[in-house]
Design a protein around this ligand. Sequence first.
Ligand code: NI
Length: 162
Amino acid sequence: MAIRELRYEGDEILKKKSREIEVIDDRIKQLAEDMMETMHKYDGLGLAAVQVGILKRIIVIDLYDDVSKFTLINPVIVEKSKEIVEVQEGCLSYPNQFGRVKRHAWVKVKALDIDGKKVTLEAKDLLAQALQHEIDHLEGETFKSKILPGTFEVIKPEDEQE
Ligand code: NI
């Protein structure tokens, strides 16, 4: 396992669309492990491969609640609620930046797991939000472009404050 280098705001790769994964080979499995480790190192809740410079449709999510830990390949939102919620978000590619965005309150996602098995997830609350955020990354979309007017803020952790 290895920590991968994160890509940050201003890096054009973050605006590119990721490609479908056709074969889950050892390189993809290694990528998935490295992404999970990298996300944990930076205390993220989710990470898309594009954020470590790989334009492939794979995301990892961990909400640190013992059940919401996923590696999803080629995830697709197949159903979503009409109900929209406004939620606070940040992103490992945009350190210390936060803002409110609109998300569907509930989504149903189909994907493959790391063994290539078909999985279906129905998610609400934070998991639904994380899925939409990470799947946006696969389309080259970031939360930054969705921030509602007047809600953007920069919050630095205490050990970085002067
Ligand atoms: Ni993000």
